[in-house]
Ligand binder design. Sequence first.
Ligand SMILES: [Zn+2]
Ligand SMILES: [Zn+2]
Length: 68
Amino acid sequence: MNCYDCHQLGTNTAAIAVCRNCGGALCPAHIKVTAQEIHRHDGMGLSTLKQGARRLTCLTCHDAENQL
Ligand SMILES: [Zn+2]
Ligand SMILES: [Zn+2]
């Protein structure tokens, strides 16, 4: 599978991951890796676990989620 964003630009680059949001295949140049905090209800309240999960998205989805 080739990178979707590169395909839009008229080039073919092998994809190494898939956007968790839109499902598009992505090459290293078009991936946005973010740490996702894991919250857990813990007795009296909410605690944030020290170890965050990994979240891979394309640049389009990353920008869409961070436009505020
Ligand atoms: Zn690409
Ligand atoms: Zn996406």
